[in-house]
Ligand binder design. Structure first.
Ligand SMILES: C[S@@+](CC[C@H](N)C(=O)[O-])C[C@H]1O[C@@H](n2cnc3c(N)ncnc32)[C@H](O)[C@@H]1O
Length: 255
């Protein structure tokens, strides 16, 4: 239900990025050859375009899952709704993260920073890198940071393909209700893997697709099987899970 009040803003280019490049762009024949090779090569990106079955999606599918529209900043107040803590048992979620005071944490798709600022208090000698692609969300984060004097919070402008995090330094990446709307999940998870320290963990929080009683649209949910497949594609394996939250999976992945 709650997701029905979301305002959606389709962000990001929908075209698939093809990384191939040629050094001889000025030579027409070389370009033509590259195009021919691209057309002949099997698509291993995991992406597909289809007519959307659900209009809350962008018509782009990753490993069989339709990607949802990005939640627009116009709906930001919903993220800070007063009954959220009870609805999602966010205290239990935060405890389950088992953060150490010195941890460097990245909250990707941080929105208004609902989790950013709660984690900031748990890592007083560490840092929280709060990543979002919407400048309006980052503006809201900066305002709250100033109000709370949360000096260990660092707002970071990401792109749809890159969270712009330092390589090998992050102890925990938290993704709450954000991953299913990443336009480029494969590029993002690859970049997350790179950002993790050798013992770093990715904590993925998504509404349980297996549970029809969770009152959220299907496109905003994810199953454990799907999450495992998508993370395995970039070399991340499921190492732990918490299934006692009221509506969401909390899944931990590591390299
Ligand atoms: C539904 S909100 C969740 C916000 C926050 N995690 C929370 O639970 O309160 C999803 C957020 O993810 C952001 N987002 C979507 N795609 C992103 C990407 N590729 N990189 C970083 N942020 C992204 C959106 O701008 C939005 O602020």
């Amino acid at each position: 239900m709650v997701h029905q009040i979301r305002l959606f803003l389709p962000l990001g280019a929908l075209a698939l990025g093809i990384g191939a490049c040629t050094q001889s762009l000025s030579e027409g024949t070389a370009v033509q050859l590259t195009e021919q090779r691209r057309a002949a090569a099997p698509d291993t990106s995991g992406y597909e375009r289809r007519t959307p079955q659900d209009l809350n999606g962008i018509g782009k599918y990753y490993m069989g899952r339709q990607i949802a529209h990005v939640m627009g900043h116009e709906g930001a107040a919903w993220l800070d709704r007063s009954d959220r803590a009870r609805e999602e048992d966010t205290d239990q979620l935060l405890r389950a993260l088992k953060l150490k005071p010195t941890d460097v944490v990245a909250d990707i798709g941080a929105g208004t920073g609902y989790f950013t600022f709660k984690m900031s208090a748990l890592v007083p000698q560490g840092r929280v890198l709060a990543v979002d692609i919407q400048p309006e969300m980052l503006a809201s984060l900066r305002e709250t940071k100033a109000k709370l004097g949360a000096r260990n919070v660092v707002p970071v402008r990401g792109t749809t393909q890159n969270p712009n995090l330092p390589a090998g330094q992050v102890d925990l990446v938290l993704l709450v209700d954000a991953y299913h709307e990443f336009d480029y999940p494969r590029e993002m998870t690859r970049a997350i893997r790179q950002a993790l320290s050798p013992t770093g963990r990715l904590a993925l929080v998504e509404y349980r697709a297996e549970d029809p009683d969770v009152p959220i649209k299907r496109i905003h949910k994810m199953s454990v099987a799907q999450a495992r497949r998508e993370m395995a594609a970039v070399g991340l394996r499921l190492t732990d899970s918490v299934e006692t939250l009221p509506q969401q999976h909390l899944l931990f992945f590591q390299k």
